[in-house]
Design a protein around this ligand. Sequence first.
Ligand SMILES: [Mg+2]
Length: 224
Amino acid sequence: MRIDTVFLFDLDGTLVDSVYQHVLAWKEALDEEGIPLSVWRIHRKIGMSGGLFTNQLLRETGLAIDPERIDRLRRLHAEAYGRLSKGVVPLPGAKELLTTLTENRIPWAIATSGRMETAAHNLVALGVDPAQVPVVTRDLVKYAKPDPDLFLAAAARLDAPIEHAVIVGDSIWDMLAARRCRGLGVGLLSGGYGTEELERSGAVRVYDDPAMLLEHLDEVGGRR
Ligand SMILES: [Mg+2]
């Protein structure tokens, strides 16, 4: 039996260099709401769904966070990210990796825990047109990472079984989601998580960034 591999990519920290801009945007939003949280604690939560993010926030700060406040936080974050994302660029090798997959007729899609209001900036930086490429955002599924819904929806858009998917992400939330839907998790260090944590969360391979993944594409089934 021939297995035709497809690639599903996370966006922030995986294809674009945007993790720290997101962290600082959340920091601004939380400051504005008078919620004290250290920057490193925010970083640990980037890549998970907004709902889980606020639940964790609730646990760590002991604050009551009502739906209106959650909504305000999301708006403040999106506003701040809109400003900070001006400096966001693709990670090394990201554009070349996507081009190589396309040229070799290996289907790929993007699945991000972010909403289109923030993802749109990154897609522009990456030169990806969501009208041409399947892009699944938080707006389109009930639960975001570490639930597998985003990746399942992305695989469905490619008409591919999830077991044939190589799921590339920079956070432990991507790897947990990959494991939960039985895709093959591949970790990148370009979002700031370490090799050990990514492996412990299910990454079968870990590379520095998209450029290094491109060099080793044949190791994960991306035959040219
Ligand atoms: Mg990410």
